[in-house]
Write a protein that binds this ligand. Structure first.
Ligand SMILES: Cc1cc2nc3c(=O)[nH]c(=O)nc-3n(C[C@H](O)[C@H](O)[C@H](O)COP(=O)(O)OP(=O)(O)OC[C@H]3O[C@@H](n4cnc5c(N)ncnc54)[C@H](O)[C@@H]3O)c2cc1C
Length: 394
């Protein structure tokens, strides 16, 4: 494998860098860098998304016919890495990385026409309504009920951990349309507007102090049948397809490397020359290199039209662990300074301090919030179970 960029790729990288210099304002960079949760606020991310949209780059991973770029795996990696290096925020991954690919694959022509252009343009913000109390890893046990009445489903039940449901205008949800047979068989995948009467959103504040997730209650919600994706009772197939994209469909190494670089700089300022910290940095750096290589293999496979498959579990496992270990190293490097705590969020609105001091105040909330990385999108134990079955034939 030749890992050097050829002159064409280098020119592509220059083009991306020039675009980022021009379109990523210092305010947006600061807001993204002081985001302590695991996801950027849509309000700050949508501005950059619109700039990408003007270039035709807002969903680079999509097929060209739906608004994608047709970039090669190398170009996509360069783009993602450069965006991460520049500190660009990501807008609504639930739209572009989850429900978008699902609609392309399983949706009707009307659904494609209605929803895909709005995701490309950043006009819709989607939430993911999968998990329920008691149905997370064991997702197929979900109980939110949808009963068909003419051209509507009447929905009753509850979702939980619904990221940014308080900001989203649409939700895709798994609902139970049949209780007969195996639990995987009676599930359907539904697209809904968040403003339907009977939907209530209640906040959950994470341990790092951020409001990112919510409970969502459905109380006799009447959702049009036109939102059904795929066949009724066959939503499990749709749900699994989406999870592959959620876990490994997007290059993550660039983001992890950007986090790593920030921590290297922080350590350089806080505790230069500490041999224990230096050893941990070295270990993390080589683990990151290894993960990057796995990701490149997955990307070139997807370029050839191969689904990420179980490889997505391996990637999810590694990037989530690395993000936590890097956050933990930053915390350790701060020592007792890590005990300083600002409760108000978002930090980019609360703080007005010199940049280096602001950066330090983000370390502890980020460490706490990042504990969630090995839970969201399927826990570490679930990913290792999938890998064991796929690779060891268990
Ligand atoms: C930050 C964050 C954002 C999230 N955003 C969303 C969202 O937007 N939409 C959404 O629908 N959900 C979301 N989730 C929910 C997430 O998908 C679930 O938390 C996750 O699937 C785990 O489910 P659970 O919390 O019910 O834990 P459980 O499934 O109850 O797991 C508890 C523990 O048991 C272990 N365990 C469970 N089953 C097995 C098994 N078979 N083998 C081995 N170990 C097992 C788990 O690994 C875990 O350690 C989010 C979660 C987090 C943390």
């Amino acid at each position: 494998m030749d890992l050097h960029l050829n002159p064409k790729d280098l020119a592509f990288r220059e083009r991306i860098r020039a675009f980022l210099d021009e379109n990523l304002s210092p305010e947006t960079r600061r807001a993204a860098s002081l985001t302590t949760g695991f996801i950027h606020d849509p309000e700050i991310a949508v501005v950059f998304h619109r700039a990408l949209h003007r270039m035709g780059w807002s969903v680079p991973h999509w097929p060209v016919e739906h608004g994608g770029t047709g970039w090669t795996a190398v170009e996509r990696t360069i783009f993602e890495s450069e965006c991460a290096r520049a500190g660009a925020p990501i807008y609504n991954g639930a739209g572009s990385h989850m429900v978008g690919p699902v609609i392309m694959h399983f949706g009707t022509d009307e659904q494609k026409k209605k929803y895909l252009p709005r995701i490309v343009a950043g006009e819709d913000c989607w939430a993911q309504g999968y998990s329920e109390p008691g149905s997370g890893s064991d997702l197929a046990s979900l109980r939110t009920r949808a009963v068909r009445e003419g051209e509507h489903y009447v929905i009753n039940g509850q979702k939980i951990w619904t990221t940014h449901a308080h900001k989203a205008n649409r939700i895709f949800a798994l609902v139970r349309t049949s209780t007969g047979g195996k639990k995987q068989e009676g599930i359907s995948f539904l697209l809904m507007d968040m403003n339907l009467p009977g939907i209530t959103v209640r906040p959950i504040i994470g341990n790092g102090g951020d409001h990112e997730f919510n409970e969502v209650f459905f109380d006799n919600v009447r959702a049009p049948v036109s939102g059904l994706v795929g066949e009724e009772n066959k939503g499990w197939e749709v749900a699994k397809y989406l999870l592959e994209f959620e876990r490994g469909g997007n290059p993550a190494a660039g983001r992890v490397r950007a986090q790593f670089t920030r921590v290297v700089n922080l350590i350089g300022a806080q505790c230069p020359g500490d041999p224990d910290i230096a050893a941990r940095l070295g270990e993390l750096g080589s683990d990151l290199d290894a993960m990057e290589m796995i990701e490149l293999c997955a990307l070139s496979a997807s370029q050839a039209g191969v689904n990420p498959g179980p490889m997505s579990s391996l990637l999810k496992l590694r990037w989530s662990q690395l993000r936590q270990q890097i956050a933990e190293l930053a915390l350790d490097a701060l020592g007792v300074d890590a005990l300083r705590w600002i409760g108000e969020r978002p930090l980019y609105e609360t703080l007005r301090l010199p940049a280096t001091e602001e950066e330090l105040l983000a370390v502890t909330p980020r460490y706490l919030n990042f504990r969630a990385y090995t839970i969201l999108g399927g826990t570490t134990e679930i990913q290792t179970g999938i890998l064991a079955r796929a690779m060891l034939g268990l």
